[in-house]
Design a protein around this ligand. Structure first.
Ligand code: T5A
Length: 213
């Protein structure tokens, strides 16, 4: 398959659990907003009322086992809606779009983590999404350290946070492999440093990308 189009005002943030995406996102938004244009901050799964409902279905712990294929297709159902209702309209009117997770998370979690075929995910990406971010910032952190941060914040983990460390090691390895395969799109930020250092590195990477665009 040939490469999907990458949009130069579409920026995604990726990483394992507790990497600090939410923390960094606020700084990236401020950096982009300083130049005066519109900035749309959104997230996956979610980003529209329907996609947020799908998010609740995906993350709420329950008694029924969720099949990996069900999980993948729900992620893409939410994404189909999000791309059409939020991402593309914003890009078309000239806004920057900052997205907390995008399709790379499906490759990492449902592909690497759950073991689903990457070719199948690529096909869904082609048929359902049709776009990639121009810049994907990967906040990389040791699995145990990221999980420790989350534990301190929320005593009730969601359905995916309840997975074992081995799952998250595969997620991390898949993210890093994707970043190595697409150095033009990815910037990897070491998220184990103190928060102000991580934020400074992420903002510098965004500034360099925006200046080159
Ligand atoms: N998912 C998603 C899939 O499986 N497939 C998909 O296709 C998609 C799109 C929801 C889940 O869905 C899965 C992945 C996820 O499991 P989410 O809401 O993004 O995704 O869930 P999380 O990644 O778990 O997001 P979190 O909000 O839990 O983590 P963040 O945003 O990475 O971390 P953040 O910023 O909230 O920080 C966590 C804690 O650490 C502290 C913060 O203050 C906070 O308390 N912290 C730091 N502490 C020390 N040093 C630093 N540098 C710090 N940075 C943050």
């Amino acid at each position: 398959m040939s490469a999907l189009p990458m949009h130069p005002r579409f920026v995604s943030l990726e990483g394992g659990e507790g990497a600090g995406k939410t923390t960094v996102l606020a700084a990236l938004r401020a950096e982009l907003a300083a130049s005066g244009g519109e900035v749309v901050v959104t997230r996956e799964p979610g980003g529209t009322p329907l996609a947020e409902k799908i998010r609740s279905l995906l993350l709420l712990p329950g008694d029924e086992t969720v099949a990996a294929e069900t999980e993948l297709l729900l992620m893409f159902a939410a994404r189909a809606q999000h791309v059409r209702e939020t991402v593309l309209p914003a890009l078309e009117r000239g806004a920057w779009v900052l997205c907390d997770r995008f399709t790379d998370s499906s490759f990492a979690y449902q592909g690497g983590g759950r073991g689903l075929d990457a070719g199948f995910i690529e096909e869904l990406e082609w048929r359902v999404v049709g776009i990639r971010p121009g810049l994907t910032m990967l906040l990389d952190i040791d699995v145990a350290r990221g999980r420790e941060r989350i534990r301190g914040r929320d005593p009730r983990p969601d359905r995916i946070e309840r997975e074992r460390d081995a799952f998250f090691e595969r997620v991390r390895a898949t993210f890093l492999a994707r970043a190595a395969a697409e150095p033009g799109r990815f910037r990897v930020v070491d998220a184990s440093h103190p928060v102000d250092e991580v934020v400074a590195a992420a903002v510098a990477a965004l500034r360099a990308f925006a200046e080159a665009a």
